[in-house]
Design a protein around this ligand. Structure first.
Ligand SMILES: *Cc1c(COP(=O)(O)O)cnc(C)c1O
Length: 221
């Protein structure tokens, strides 16, 4: 087994243990294998080991790698987890099965327009800037209820859940707890939270998707 496949197996086992330890149903926290900056050959190893859900951060990079990978593995599911420019909405709707970084009205409008034009509807998560960091994307916690309502009522978008990236220098659990609370009061079941360093804590707090990159693929250069 390659190092990548060994690490994938270890992460899958650790997710299973966390589900058990925290009273979560088996399989209720799905793994998004984050393959940004990683070459197709390494992604193929992970696909051949049975992993089907992947995350990418950049439209251009995903467009270069994934059409060929999807041809070979048609049941692969691709999540957009990086910041999305409105002028890339069409390519994103065409390419991704899930967009996790919906975080502003102009983007909601473009995505709705492209869904109608392309005739394909990606599943959508609203990104919440739980740490209220200036440099980070995401709707502010206080604005999230109103934003979700506008996505639904003004733009006709079905929202599946919420996503967050806690500040790097803070304990993540309060951020995971806040995200879960905002989701619950908006009737949302999907919670995308937790990365290589903290996915177990995220599972404890209800994550339905954990996004793990470097712990599977190795450090990014
Ligand atoms: C890169 C990235 C990840 C994966 O991070 P690791 O620490 O490598 O697991 C998860 N989520 C988002 C939004 C990312 O940009």
């Amino acid at each position: 087994m390659s190092d990548t496949v060994t690490r994938l197996a270890e992460i899958r086992a650790a997710i299973g243990r966390a589900e058990r330890d925290f009273g979560r149903e088996a399989g209720s926290a799905a793994l998004v294998a984050v393959s940004k900056t990683k070459p197709a050959e390494q992604i193929i190893e992970v696909l051949e080991a049975g992993q089907r859900v992947f995350g990418e951060n950049y439209v251009q990079e995903a467009k270069a790698k994934w059409p060929a990978l999807k041809e070979r593995f048609p049941d692969a599911e691709l999540h957009m987890i990086g910041p999305l420019q409105s002028n890339k909405a069409r390519e994103a709707v065409e390419l991704f099965d899930v967009i996790q970084s919906l975080d502003r009205e102009s983007l909601a409008k473009e995505i709705a327009r492209e869904i109608a034009r392309v005739g394909k509807t990606p599943r959508l998560f609203v990104q919440v800037n739980t740490g209220e960091e200036a440099q980070k994307g995401g709707v502010l916690p206080a604005d999230t209820d109103a934003f979700i309502a506008r996505c639904r009522e003004v733009h006709g978008l079905a929202i599946e859940g919420l996503m967050c990236i806690p500040p790097a220098d803070e304990p993540p659990s309060p951020h995971f707890g806040l995200l879960a609370k905002i989701a619950a009061r908006n009737g949302l079941k999907g919670l995308s939270m937790g990365m290589s360093a903290d996915y177990e804590a995220a599972i404890q707090l209800g994550a339905t998707y954990v996004r793990v990159g470097s712990a599977i693929f190795g450090a990014r250069g």
